[in-house]
Design a protein around this ligand. Structure first.
Ligand SMILES: [Zn+2]
Length: 456
């Protein structure tokens, strides 16, 4: 004899034959139907219940078209059903959705931490702490106020100017020949390597008139003389701009250190450490140029400390580190590390195979060793192709084709992983910042409303 069970789910009635309901694992639905004599009232959304009831009739669990997978998760948990019971078509959709949610949650925790170094914690804030907090906000969070935005733009332009200045200073057309004073200065430093006689002779040439025909016989000294005349130095204006910018950066650094809520946290950030190193490098470069003026006329590649000023481009990282897109980019790179390592290991294996093969297929003139083969296969697989090493035999060329095509395939397979995560997280970050700005505007209008009501 069949007995009817009536479910009343938020006003919507479902009437089923008790015996037709399947017994599924830990699900409560069948028990409810059997235990209750009268109508069963359930205060849950009816659309999800419909899908769950269908599961007990057909044995297949699908997520309803217009239901959020998160909401459906709550429902199946309520009825005691595991998410692994979902039909394959919907399980894919469900697990994809959940993965995306956990990626976004991880991003939210990393990019918008609740207690970052911008927050000064303290229920009893002193006046100094409040002031420090306000200044630090301007320095560190370009979204916090108009003042912060102005500071951000100014700081970014100065860093850009400094980088362009460095680029310009390496251009030969922006160099000028040494003037007389500088030539004597350089000569002073050459005493050790050329000897006193030579230096005195050249100094005479500089002082009175260009060297005579007979004196060209003295090869060593005439070499020194030509070198001296060919030496150039960057235009003074570039030099002065550099010094000014450095002073500004140094002052800015001191201000940041003074107003930073926690020095330990400040130097925990890799970008801040790089910024400090770049500043020290630039400052020591300028200092060395003043102490040993010879530095200014000669590019000395062993002089590592002043070469650190090349790091000044890194300062741009500090400026852009708080932009949403760069937060997203660094997050994608960090979370995509496992995919990246898979790609790199594939690349390594392929490079080893191709370099060994090409080494045996080509003659020793084209491919002297396997290391050259490695260089060739990396350049070919990444589709760069400098063209410095070219296979000449037919077999070598066929291998070259295979190598190039497999490189394209490898890149084509791995890039979308990054792109998908990037698009997902970037859209979320944009949404998050727009929500944040709406909240700030609302709070501001509320504050001004309070002020108005207090005044009136
Ligand atoms: Zn489905």
């Amino acid at each position: 004899m069949s007995r009817r069970a009536v479910f009343n789910v938020s006003g919507k009635k479902f009437e089923v034959d008790q015996c037709s309901l399947l017994k599924i694992g830990t699900s409560k639905v069948q028990d409810m139907a059997q235990q209750s004599e009268s109508e069963i009232f359930i205060n849950r959304p009816s659309d999800s219940f419909e899908a769950i009831l269908a599961y007990h009739q057909t044995g297949e669990l699908h997520i309803p078209q217009n239901t959020c997978p998160c909401a459906f998760k709550t429902e199946i948990e309520f009825y005691g059903i595991e998410s692994t019971n979902l039909a394959p078509c919907c399980f894919y959709k469900y697990s994809n959705f959940m993965n995306n949610q956990s990626t976004l949650e991880e991003f939210r925790q990393r990019a918008f931490p609740r207690n970052d170094i911008g927050e000064i914690d303290g229920s009893q804030k002193t006046r100094w702490r409040r002031f420090r907090s306000r200044i630090w906000r301007i320095l560190d969070d370009h979204n916090s106020s108009v003042m912060a935005k102005v500071y951000f733009v100014a700081s970014a332009s100065l860093v850009l100017l400094s980088v362009f200045n460095l680029i310009l200073s390496t251009l030969g057309s922006l160099h000028r020949p040494l003037n007389a004073v500088e030539k004597y200065e350089v000569l002073g430093y050459e005493r050790a390597s050329y000897g006193d006689d030579c230096v005195d002779l050249v100094s005479g040439w500089l002082h009175e008139k260009p060297m005579q025909g007979g004196e060209i016989l003295n090869m060593n000294c005439s070499q020194l003389y030509t070198n001296l005349n060919n030496k150039t130095v960057t235009l003074d204006i570039l030099w002065y701009i550099d010094v000014c910018l450095l002073c500004i950066f140094a002052v800015e650094f001191v201000i940041r250190i003074v107003f930073c809520p926690s020095l330990k946290e400040y130097f925990k950030c890799f970008v801040n450490v790089l910024d400090t190193v770049a500043l020290i490098g630039s400052l020591s470069g300028i200092l060395m140029n003043n102490i040993w003026s010879i530095q200014r006329y000669e590019w000395n590649e062993y002089d590592t400390i002043s070469n650190l000023q090349v790091l000044r481009a890194v300062r741009l990282l500090r400026v852009i580190k708080n932009l949403d897109s760069s937060k997203v980019m660094s997050f994608v790179l960090v979370t995509g590390f496992s995919e990246l390592s898979v790609m790199l290991s594939f690349l390594c294996v392929s490079v080893l195979i191709f370099s060994n093969l090409i080494f045996y297929l080509e003659d020793r003139e084209t491919m002297p060793d396997i290391l050259t083969g490695c260089w060739w296969s990396v350049v070919t697989m990444t589709t760069v192709g400098f063209g410095d090493i070219v296979p000449r035999s037919i077999l070598g060329r066929i291998l070259g084709m295979v190598c190039a095509v497999s490189g394209v395939v490898l890149i084509a397979v791995t890039i979308p992983i990054f792109v998908n995560t990037f698009v997902l997280v970037y859209n979320y970050a944009k949404l998050q910042s727009s929500v944040f700005s709406t909240k700030t505007t609302k709070r501001r209008s509320k504050d001004s409303y309070h002020k108005l009501t207090e005044e009136s």
